[in-house]
Design a protein around this ligand. Structure first.
Ligand code: TYD
Ligand code: MG
Length: 481
């Protein structure tokens, strides 16, 4: 008779080891290995060759591709546009969506609101909370001014009980808040461990697929990574959304990092108010609202969040250092990217940065992770070092290479259109433009090949000192198509 097997599994990356270690050998996280007790598997029944008499068979049969009905219209459109977009147009029946985020970021608030909206527009919604009592949820709902006929609440952490409730209520959408507090009787370990989380998710996935109920799972995440497992879940569920933002700032970004039914890296923007999450349908405007025009050390970049262009202010401050190694502090941009930009500024532009601390900050709690923001970072730093403001009507787009060259970025026309929409008249861009990226009307693209020349243009010395160097009016090489 087989014995129960014990091993240790990392809550962050899922790596298994036979004995305990303080640090995961795979992902390097500390104290993430947790004991897992695996029950011996049921004896495997031999496949009988001909007769199928062992209960109801769930055999699959291959179908011709052309015979499979395409049912893409089967989505429930949620009339919260910022939310629908992130899901790729609406909720897909029978799908499982993981909504992750730091504790306190607003997952419960957002999902309570979504639950109410779906209850109004689609049908029954069951909200299962393992963290708050029904009264607490009711108080929150009152604050959010939610009062929907079709919204059912229950406080429950036991998976079997949750599935029973789902049987009774027959909801279109079920929200399980959170997956870390849910446990199944089938596993001996306590709630929140990798094996529980994985088991519960897998069972909920089966439930969703067989009943057509869409299931949203809430998963808590820490700054460093995941508390107990959402990472291990990412491949089980259909869609993974992350709610992020600074808890000191009001903006919250809902980002899709995986989506079997739509594009990834779509982003929805919300603002946390005292009556819940409000949609921000024109985020560029919101992000630029507090901008000081004509202050040195600031540049406006057009970054792409999925298919959506966003205008964001990048600020930089250079100040004399008190340390032998000057600091490079990045907030909202990758610190390696900042190192690269400062190195190129020192070596290729000859800027004196070795005795300067450099701080870079992205406004609005946003994180930019694409290199197209390089040029804006460089311009903001130069603007601070030289103490000259960037013209108020100038937006900045471009990646910087190690030779100090400006490199092409993707989706240039969409970025320029957004800048134009918000009243920018000119935009610094790399001279090489991807083919098939037409220049929109209403905004003048100013192409440069070298960082040095772009800086001269954006931050000219006193008028008349130096002129006519950068070929300002030339049309990009291959952008004509
Ligand atoms: P919550 O949704 O409970 O976060 P999570 O489920 O991700 O842990 O949000 C908690 C925070 O949101 C809390 O600090 C209070 C704040 N909040 C508002 O600012 N406005 C509101 O309308 C609500 C309900 C909460
Ligand atoms: Mg919560």
């Amino acid at each position: 008779m087989a014995k129960a097997q014990t091993y240790y599994q990392c809550e962050n990356c899922g790596r298994k080891t036979p004995r305990y270690m303080g640090r995961c050998p795979a992902c390097g996280e500390w104290n993430t290995l947790k004991e897992v007790i695996e029950e011996p598997p049921e004896p495997v029944k031999k496949r009988s060759g001909g007769s199928s008499n062992a209960g109801p068979t769930l055999r699959s049969t291959p179908m011709r591709l052309k015979d499979i009905p395409a049912k893409d219209d089967a989505r429930w459109v949620v009339p919260v546009e910022e939310f629908s977009r992130v899901l790729g147009g609406g909720i897909v029946p029978g799908s499982v969506v993981l909504v992750g985020g730091d504790p306190g970021i607003g997952k419960t608030t957002l999902l309570t609101q979504i639950a109410a909206v779906v209850a109004e527009s689609v049908g029954k919604v069951l909200y299962v909370s393992g963290e708050e009592s029904v009264r607490q949820i009711k108080m929150r709902a009152e604050r959010l001014q939610i009062n929907s006929e079709n919204l059912y609440l229950v406080t429950e952490t036991n998976l079997e009980a949750i599935l029973d409730h789902a049987q009774t209520v027959q909801p279109q959408l079920m929200i399980v808040d959170s997956i870390q507090t849910t446990y199944s009787d089938d596993k001996p370990s306590s709630a929140g461990t990798v094996s529980q989380i994985r088991e519960c998710t897998a069972r909920l996935q089966i439930f969703a697929k067989s009943s057509g109920t869409a299931v949203f799972l809430v998963g808590h995440v820490t700054k460093e990574g995941m508390i107990a497992g959402p990472r291990v879940l990412e491949h089980i569920v259909d869609t993974v959304l992350y709610l992020e933002g600074d808890s000191f700032q009001a903006y919250r970004l809902l980002r899709s990092v995986k989506n079997r039914f739509g594009a990834t890296s779509e982003v929805g923007v919300f603002e946390m108010r005292d009556v819940g999450m409000a949609e921000v349908s024109n985020p560029s405007e919101a992000f630029l609202a507090e901008r000081l025009v004509n202050a040195p050390g600031s540049g406006i970049v057009v970054t792409m969040e999925g298919t959506r262009p966003l205008l964001v202010e990048v600020q930089a401050l250079a100040s004399a250092t008190a340390y032998p190694n000057p600091r490079r502090t990045a907030n909202g941009v990758d610190s390696n990217r900042l190192q690269l930009v400062t190195a190129v500024l020192s070596r290729r532009v000859g800027m004196r940065l070795f005795d300067q601390d450099v701080f870079v900050n992205v406004i609005g709690g946003l994180t930019i992770d694409e290199p197209a923001a390089d040029l804006a970072i460089a311009v903001a730093i130069a603007s601070s070092v030289w103490d000259r403001p960037v013209p108020a009507d100038l937006a900045i787009i471009g990646e910087i290479g190690l030779s100090g060259e400006l490199r092409a970025v993707s989706q240039l026309s969409a970025r320029l259109r957004e800048a134009s929409k918000l009243g920018f008249k000119r935009c610094l861009i790399p001279k090489t433009v991807r083919r098939g990226d037409p220049m929109p009307e209403g905004i003048k693209a100013i192409p440069y090949r070298r960082l040095m020349d772009a800086l001269q243009f954006a931050l000219p010395r006193e008028a008349g000192a130096k002129d006519g160097k950068g070929q300002v009016d030339t049309v990009p090489d291959d952008g004509g198509g």
